[in-house]
Design a protein around this ligand. Structure first.
Ligand SMILES: *[C@@H]1O[C@H](CO)[C@@H](O)[C@H](O)[C@H]1NC(C)=O
Ligand SMILES: CC(=O)N[C@H]1CO[C@H](CO)[C@@H](O)[C@@H]1O
Length: 333
């Protein structure tokens, strides 16, 4: 479903937050995907398995309603590998966490939006860099098997590999692709990430160009890159380098996608709630909007109920991203 079609669904389902139809149709026509990371289930990552609503939480479905009403159609759900399939990657699921995940995913997809299942593990399991690709393939076969019949689910192989060299990352991502397809999940997109935290700005210089060789029998691979606009690109400051840093930082990656005939998505981006960052964020989205032959969309980091007074909080009703930045970007998506 393209973004424009979603409004027909959203406007009938989400009456409470419905804005005038004309306004909604005006925006959200540029990208195939636009949405938010919804945090909570990956929180408390030193507590394994952890207690629901003490160490971790499933974000409120009311936020999904609000964001769908704003024209968003994709939500990324960070989870912990050790909570969904504990002890060993070849093991079975934990029923409690599985139920929480499937309930949340099913709620999102029942609204016509896409749900990204994101093992937020930085290419590590139980603290060690994953080198057992057979085990990782088994992990994904089990996880994707839960959603094999739901084409609105997207599988995000792993969040932000880093400090492991680039040479092994294609093995990891290919094992994920093979596991997903072996589960009979053949209709879904698969998002792959690269090393150096999957940064768009370092994509072509950190060795991630070797990911061009990944193969998928369904040909539904999307290269997920992350891009923050603060000085070290880490997404830890409310300040942005300049008003044009967004387009500057993703130009080389854009050219790589074009040269290699690949599709990309910015799976995490953000800037502080201030004039310079709002310019930087809108500059990046405007640039992406001119290059939708390769960029399918973007997701803000981050939403979720436990961020508190966070510099990028997109959580309604009072997160500063939601109140200050979102109105600036809605016309660009
Ligand atoms: C499954 O995970 C829940 C928390 O999500 C935890 O309370 C429970 O003890 C776990 N079950 C097993 C069998 O480990
Ligand atoms: C910018 C930002 O908030 N990044 C976060 C991405 O997710 C991990 C895990 O939740 C955090 O540690 C990062 O700070």
């Amino acid at each position: 479903m393209r973004f424009g079609d979603l409004f027909l669904v959203a406007s009938t389902v989400v009456l409470a937050v419905a804005a005038p139809t004309a306004e909604k149709k005006k925006r959200a026509k540029i990208f195939q995907f636009f949405g938010v990371n919804e945090s909570g289930a990956e929180f408390g990552n030193t507590a394994i398995p952890g207690r629901v609503d003490k160490d971790y939480t499933w974000p409120p479905t009311s936020t999904i309603d609000t964001m769908v009403g704003k024209g968003m159609n994709i939500f990324r759900i960070p989870i912990m590998m050790e909570r969904i399939i504990p002890t060993s990657m070849t093991g079975t699921t934990n029923a409690t966490y599985q139920a929480g995940l499937t309930n949340y995913v099913n709620y999102i997809t029942s609204k016509g939006a896409y749900a990204i299942v994101d093992p937020h593990n930085f290419a590590r399991y139980n603290g060690a860099v994953i080198t057992d690709y057979t085990g990782f393939q088994a992990f994904w076969k089990t996880l994707a098997g839960l959603f094999a019949s739901n084409s609105k689910v997207i599988f995000d192989c792993n969040n932000e590999p880093h400090d492991m060299g680039s040479a092994s990352v294609p093995n990891l991502m290919q094992a994920c692709i093979n596991g997903v397809r072996a589960a009979g999940a053949t209709s879904q997109y698969i998002f792959v990430e690269g090393t150096s935290y999957s940064g768009a700005w370092t994509w072509t210089t950190s060795g991630n160009t070797n990911l061009a060789s990944l193969t998928d029998p369904q040909n539904m691979i999307v290269y997920e890159m992350h891009q923050y606009l603060d000085s070290d690109g880490s997404g830890t400051s409310a300040n942005c380098v300049s008003a044009t840093i967004g387009s500057e930082r993703i130009t080389a990656a854009t050219n790589w996608l074009k040269t290699n005939n690949k599709k990309g998505i910015i799976g995490e981006f953000a800037g502080g709630a201030n004039a310079q960052c709002e310019s930087a964020v809108t500059d990046m989205l405007t640039y992406m909007g001119k290059n939708t032959d390769v960029w399918l969309g973007a997701l803000w980091w981050g939403g979720g109920p436990w961020w508190g007074n966070y510099i990028y909080s997109m959580e309604p009703p009072s997160g500063v991203g939601y109140t200050d930045v979102l109105p600036k970007i809605l016309p660009l998506i």
